[in-house]
Design a protein around this ligand. Structure first.
Ligand code: ARG
Length: 472
């Protein structure tokens, strides 16, 4: 959206709703830096919802007649329809969404429109709009988060038989089921839902009705506004109410942590799709080619989601910095809260949709996972545990198995092609049953401790997480 049109330049002085005490026009740069309509138009639904509720309240306390209220509500609906259709002429000279809507109301219905801002300030108006906006967007984001978790849960049920290496330090550590790995990501996304719920909760106090900063000279009915706009509580201090942007910070923090989670998940998808790992093949739909290297298949989507964590962290930092040192109460700096918020909302939604697309269409290369888990001594710990269960102190078992691994490495063998007789030489406790221990599938079956990677525990996780999602 353009910042200012030529037609407006001539007429803006007259159209400013606060123009009364001014003799001179705003300078061009002041007008450009003031105007926020090119981004805060996004709040039109919430702004109109808030103004309707406020008008209803004004009618209840005798400031508007029934007819005036009807005209206001009717015109606000028309304005909303025009904005939806793209027929509304947003004017940068009117600064923001609040002034654009109110001016149009006045232009079209006259005095009733002029009364609508009674007992209200843009300071409590914007505090309301932002809360409503975060609440609305959060419900959509929650659905996207739940869909992604449901997908991971579904894949976990399907892939329960696939075993792969689990890593620490990106070195093969112990065998795990692929399902267990996927569910690990589902659990961290579930914590994001918890943080989102906290954010929604931090938007549950009604700010409208505190006026500019001190309260208002009308007997306004904030209880009515609370019910009408579906809030749980009412803010208690007018000065705090117009200065507070904690709820925006909460949303930006939620977004930043989710960004970290998605970024870590994407890093694994990038790694797994390399020819060196080859654990997955990403679909053509989500990969791109190179303009010069004909063989390339690049995981751009995963890289972009990984990269977007940068702006999500930046948005949080941006608002934290804006808020630092601001005196009470409202300061125009607070207008700088919106672009980071809108950007995080859009980034999160797009990233979650893309993540779903990528994970739901990837092909699992179970053979490659199997090869990796069979050839890298992934069951060495199980072998040590075997000896320990036969009475060898664990530190000694650890040493014995370490020696076996060293021998294998010297001879370029793995556990499976080392002759049993050779293994036996390391400890008289080794019996014929060690092949069961060395087998990675068997190894995962034995991790039946709570939270472990055994299929029984995985099924328990699946049930638990499915239940939690339903309750959230
Ligand atoms: N556009 C403004 C904002 O986003 C609305 C509040 C303006 N209040 C004021 N006193 N100038 O913060």
């Amino acid at each position: 959206m353009e910042n200012r049109t030529g037609k407006e330049k001539q007429s803006y002085k007259k159209s400013k709703l606060w123009g009364g005490r001014f003799k001179e026009e705003l300078s061009d740069s002041t007008e450009r830096i003031s105007s926020s309509i090119h981004f805060d138009y996004k709040l039109y639904r919430q702004d109109i919802r808030g103004t309707m509720a406020h008008a209803k309240m004004l009618q209840r306390i005798g400031i508007l007649s029934k007819e005036e209220l009807a005209a206001i509500v009717d015109e606000l609906r028309k304005i909303e329809g025009e904005i939806e259709k793209g027929d509304f002429d947003f004017r940068p000279s009117l600064e923001d969404i609040h002034m654009n809507v109110e001016s149009r109301l006045i232009e079209r219905i006259g005095d009733a429109g002029r009364k609508v801002h009674t007992g209200r300030s843009r300071n409590d108006q914007i505090a309301l709009d932002l809360r409503l906006y975060i609440r609305d967007e959060s419900e959509e984001i929650k659905l996207l988060l739940k869909n992604l978790i449901a997908l991971l849960v579904k894949l976990s049920s399907e892939y329960i038989d696939i075993t792969m290496p689990g890593y620490t330090h990106l070195q093969v550590a112990q065998p795990v089921r692929l399902s267990h790995h996927l569910l690990a990501h589902a659990w961290n996304i579930l914590r994001d839902i918890r943080r989102l719920n906290f954010t929604i909760d931090s938007c549950s106090d009604l700010p409208l009705g505190v006026g500019a900063l001190a309260g208002v000279n009308y007997d306004n009915d904030r209880e009515f506004l609370k019910m009408e706009l579906n809030f749980k509580n009412i803010t208690s201090n007018s000065m705090d109410t117009v200065s507070d942007r904690d709820f925006v910070l909460d949303f930006l923090y939620f977004s930043a942590v989710l960004g970290a989670h998605l970024s870590r998940f994407c890093e694994e998808l990038v790694l797994w799709s390399t020819s060196e790992f080859g654990f997955i093949t990403l679909s053509d739909k989500v990969t791109t080619g190179s303009s010069i290297m004909p063989q390339k298949r690049n995981p751009d989507l995963a890289e972009l989601i990984r990269g977007k964590s940068g702006r999500l962290y930046g948005n949080l930092m941006s608002l934290l910095t804006t808020l630092k040192g601001l005196p009470l109460t409202y300061n125009r700096d607070l207008q700088e809260d919106k672009e980071p918020l809108f950007d995080s909302v859009d980034t999160i939604k797009l990233s979650l949709e893309s993540m779903y697309e990528m994970v739901s269409t990837m092909r699992i290369e179970a053979g490659r996972m199997k090869r990796a888990v069979y050839t890298n001594f992934s069951t060495a710990t199980d072998l040590a545990d075997y000896l320990t269960k036969k009475g060898v102190p664990f530190r000694e078992s650890h040493e014995i198995v370490g020696n076996i691994v060293r021998l294998c490495e010297e001879k370029s063998l793995d556990f499976f092609n080392l002759p049993f007789e050779t293994i036996k030489k390391f400890s008289s406790h080794f019996g014929d049953d060690i092949m069961d221990i060395l087998n990675p599938e068997g190894s995962t079956d034995m991790k039946a401790s709570m939270g472990g990677t055994s299929p029984v525990e995985i099924r328990r996780q699946i049930e638990l997480i499915s239940k939690i999602i339903k309750e959230n």
